[in-house]
Design a protein around this ligand. Structure first.
Ligand SMILES: Nc1ncnc2c1ncn2[C@@H]1O[C@H](COP(=O)(O)OP(=O)(O)OP(=O)(O)O)[C@@H](O)[C@H]1O
Length: 866
């Protein structure tokens, strides 16, 4: 057959072109095009998930999987909203032929029609005067319906935040939401599926049998008939939407529907669900076979729609966005203690290592985990492997997208745990690992005993963790140290420091005079500590039980009481451990940075301690919850403020979705000069200040603040975004000052061991001398505040990807899902509001310039209005 050109008649305009033309006419009438959307990061994380998983768009997905162009139209605002997104790996910006475009158009048209048929959020809203006037009253009714339960304390003594203090979107004064709900109820007919509240905190699924003035007759799934008032009923989603992989797809986005969807998936070990741009990860507390090389292949090869949401998908989006948009990315993992943040961070790192590996440094990065977990994690009542520090790891990539280095930044290690733990909790894993796993030579050199012989480890009566072999963990940690190139000498020195801390804990004192002054008991503990610290035992004894005060003319030696001496021993142990931790992180960073070649491209993974609320909360909880407030602010800013401001700036018809802004709580904590931290710092400068004077001061200056409540004695309450927490002022000033007496610092500085010297230098860097006395340059809280500011600045320079980890129960049990607990976590982080915004907002955005470059097809004369 001879090859000859066949001239085809001009193709009739496609349905899409017809539609675009009608839009163009409308636009021309408006004359002015809306200003370009602010340059916002565009990444695959923002692909229209509403299109991804829906059955109605099967043919569309087929086209997507062939790396073709796809155009979608949002139904809520059809006249002025065209969303164009792309999918595929090779060169997805180019539309191969008009045939393909036509195919896409047809599929796309089908999709629009199905969306319109389905109703979704575009259900017409009822707006009768009667309903408007009943608004105020019904707001109260709805608040009742949605307040699932009040504040509680769990059997393990953990105080749950009072639910009445956590606003849900449904209890917010959002008229549109209220009207929508009214319309939904109005639309309920016989045989409609509904959720009804059978008892205080129990929502059941049923079918409407009858509708009366008083409410509804509902038949539950077991055949019982209930009379249900209209305030206790909510529409349920059709069965076809059971277990959707993005909450955005739910027609009805009420709390029982969301909870049911998550529970339905969880029961099938499907732990990941999208909530618009946020990935929800429910901790399975068991191994699920959804990780590893095979799964990495699936997710990296764009076949992820087969398997649905996964943290691999989030990591993949971040990686591809980094390459394609040439923008740094961040993956921000948040959630309560025990929700699975650290595991999620590790899984993310593993995926990135698989994707960007090849140079070997990725293995080093992964091996930092066992080391940091050994030194920075501990068993708590909530989590057997709780991170007691915050961590940001920046993974650097070269121009070819391969990992070329990393940097770890840590935040506020919980020092107090070294010397004291609550009953049933442990100190840092590394102590138990060392005691269980050291070989005989090391054991002899450190004069090491069993963990049960050390007061710092045995006081909480918890030496082992179920199913964890500390000796084996120690061997893994040693291997990791080798991989990360921590020299044998440094390893040995580090173990000496650990043993020194343990022996310090066994140092005891005896009363030496009638004024209750003490001397150090000369025994194995003090001798071993002195040997391990390479310092003179007499000097160590003197530094622990006396204090030298230097005046202009003389040096006065003051003897210490038992409490003072014990405090100074504990302060020394804490200072050694904390600076050892920092030294270790610096060492790791040096090793990882050696391979770093500056490309400027990175993905940062943030795994920071989750919100904490216990029966007794003190300085550590205040700092941890403050960090979470900052992160929540970042979340709010990106997913609510910027999102909605963008629409407003564009002049787009937009019904504002309210969210709980936590700015007031942040102001309460960090504002100068009358914030909590400033007042605490000021009180810490008064030598005679006590817990009572601090409480009085806080009460005096903060009592007018709606986020603050003075309780009684030494307790105050702060209303956080995640609930109210009662803090004790007991011990808070010492922790904030975090002083180490100059004599002890001097002693460490005079050690013959270079590591001890360098630890002393680290500690003394945080101090300055005022009138011969060592005082902190900045208090711990102020230093932490500065670190958080820097962190936020850094995150602002990245495109964020949010992962919300959810704890399904408080017992670390597999297959146990507590609706209340999940709801509380979803509510406090504003997940439902995010879904609402995402559902009614743009899934993807380009500037007109980007649009024209990426989608040349639309630059065609027929769509020149673009
Ligand atoms: N994806 C997962 N698969 C299997 N088990 C998991 C997963 N995620 C978490 N877990 C289990 O839950 C435990 C707690 O998780 P993790 O330590 O990551 O919580 P966390 O949110 O980091 O807590 P903390 O704030 O106390 O550090 C893990 O030790 C592990 O047993």
């Amino acid at each position: 057959m001879s090859k000859s050109k066949v001239l085809l008649p001009a193709a009739p305009p496609s349905t899409l072109e017809v539609m675009l033309e009608s839009l163009r006419i409308n636009k021309d009438q408006i004359k002015d095009l809306p200003p370009a959307l602010p340059q916002r990061p565009t990444s695959r994380a923002r692909l229209p998930s509403s299109l991804r998983g829906r059955k109605a768009v099967g043919s569309l997905l087929e086209v997507l999987s062939q790396d073709k162009l796809v155009t979608s139209l949002d139904t809520t605002n059809m006249t002025n909203r065209i969303n164009v997104s792309r999918c595929g790996s090779e060169d997805p910006y180019v539309c191969e032929s008009s045939v393909v475009a036509e195919q896409v158009n047809q599929d796309f048209q089908t999709d629009i029609m199905s969306l319109l048929d389905e109703g979704g959020d575009s259900t017409p809203m009822t707006s009768s005067d009667e309903m408007e006037s009943a608004y105020e009253k019904d707001q109260e009714d709805f608040q009742d319906v949605l307040a699932f339960d009040g504040g509680k304390t769990t059997s393990d003594g953990i105080a749950l935040p009072d639910q009445s203090d956590i606003k849900s979107i449904d209890s917010l004064p959002v008229k549109a939401s209220f009207k929508k709900r009214k319309a939904d109820l109005f639309a309920l007919k016989r045989n409609s599926r509904v959720w009804f509240r059978a008892s205080e905190d129990n929502w059941l699924l049923g079918v409407v049998q009858s509708k009366t003035d008083a409410g509804f007759g509902v038949c539950s799934s077991d055949g019982q008939i209930f009379e249900v008032g209209s305030t206790k009923i909510l529409p349920a989603n059709p069965e076809i939407l059971e277990g959707v992989d993005d909450l955005i797809q739910l027609s009805y986005l009420n709390e029982p529907a969301v909870l049911h969807n998550l529970q339905y998936r969880y029961a099938q070990d499907t732990i990941y669900t999208k909530a618009g741009p946020v990935l929800i990860a429910i901790n399975p507390f068991k191994k699920i076979p959804i990780y590893g090389p095979d799964y990495v292949q699936i997710y990296r090869n764009e076949r992820k729609s087969i398997l649905g949401p996964h943290v691999y998908m989030t990591a993949d989006s971040a990686y591809k966005a980094m390459i394609e948009d040439e923008a740094n990315q961040s993956i921000i993992i948040s959630g309560e203690s025990g929700a699975g943040k650290t595991e999620t961070a590790k899984i993310t790192m593993q995926y990135l290592a698989a994707l960007g590996g090849g140079r070997g440094v990725e293995n080093e990065i992964l091996q930092t985990n066992p080391i940091l977990e050994a030194f920075g994690n501990a068993k708590t009542l909530r989590n057997d492997n709780s991170s007691r520090f915050g961590k940001l790891i920046d993974i650097y990539f070269d121009t070819a997208g391969r990992i070329c280095g990393a940097k770890i930044q840590t935040y506020l290690l919980e020092k107090s745990r070294v010397v004291q733990q609550a009953q049933g909790e442990r100190s840092y894993h590394v102590f138990y690992q060392l005691c269980a796993g050291a070989d005989p030579a090391l054991r002899a050199r450190l004069n090491l005993k069993a963990a049960s012989e050390y007061r710092y480890l045995n006081q909480s009566e918890c030496l082992v963790i179920d199913n964890i072999n500390d000796a084996e963990e120690f061997q893994s940690m040693l291997r990791a140290m080798d991989v990360v190139q921590i020299s044998k000498m440094d390893q040995d020195n580090a173990f000496s420091m650990l043993a020194a801390v343990l022996w310090l804990g066994n140092v005891t004192f005896s009363i030496s005079d009638s004024e209750n002054h003490v001397i150090v008991d000369d025994n194995e503990a003090i001798q071993s500590a002195a040997v391990l610290l390479h310092c003179n035992v007499k000097e160590l004894m003197a530094a622990l039980c006396t204090r030298k005060i230097r005046t202009r003319h003389e040096v006065i030696v003051q003897k210490l009481s038992h409490t003072q001496a014990s405090d100074s021993r504990d302060a020394l142990a804490k200072a050694i451990y904390a600076s050892l931790f920092d030294w270790l992180v610096d060492g790791i960073n040096k090793s990882l940075e050696a391979r770093k070649r500056q490309t400027g491209r990175s993905i940062s993974i943030l795994d920071i301690y989750g919100f904490e609320s216990f029966k007794k909360n003190t300085f550590e909880q205040l700092c941890i919850n403050y960090a979470n407030e900052r992160l929540q602010q970042h979340f709010n800013r990106h997913l609510f403020k910027l999102e909605q401001e963008g629409y407003t700036a564009e002049g787009i018809d937009w019904t504002r979705v309210d969210f709980v802004d936590n700015q007031e709580c942040l102001d309460l904590i960090e504002k100068r000069p009358m914030g909590l931290i400033s007042l605490l710092d000021e009180e810490c400068t008064f030598p005679r200040a006590t817990e009572e004077t601090l409480s009085l001061k806080l009460n005096k200056y903060l009592n007018g603040n709606s986020c603050f409540k003075f309780e009684r004695g030494t307790t105050f309450r702060v209303r956080h975004y995640a609930g109210e927490v009662a803090y004790e002022t007991v011990g808070i000033m010492e922790k904030n000052r975090d002083l180490l007496h100059a004599d002890l610092l001097h002693l460490l500085g005079s050690s013959e061991c270079s590591l001890v010297n360098s630890l002393a230098e680290r500690v003394s860097n945080g101090f300055r001398k005022v009138n011969g006395m060592q005082t902190q340059k900045r208090s711990v809280a102020t230093k932490f505040k500065g670190q958080l500011y820097k962190l936020m600045q850094k995150l602002e320079g990245t495109s964020p990807h949010f992962v919300r980890c959810i704890k399904p129960n408080r017992f670390q049990h597999a297959n146990l899902y507590n609706n209340d607990l999940v709801l509380q976590q979803l509510r406090c982080c504003g997940v439902l509001e995010v879904v609402r915004i995402s559902r009614s907002g743009y899934p993807t955005r380009y500037s007109h310039h980007q649009f024209a470059i990426r989608l040349p097809y639309f630059s065609h004369a027929s769509v020149l209005w673009l």
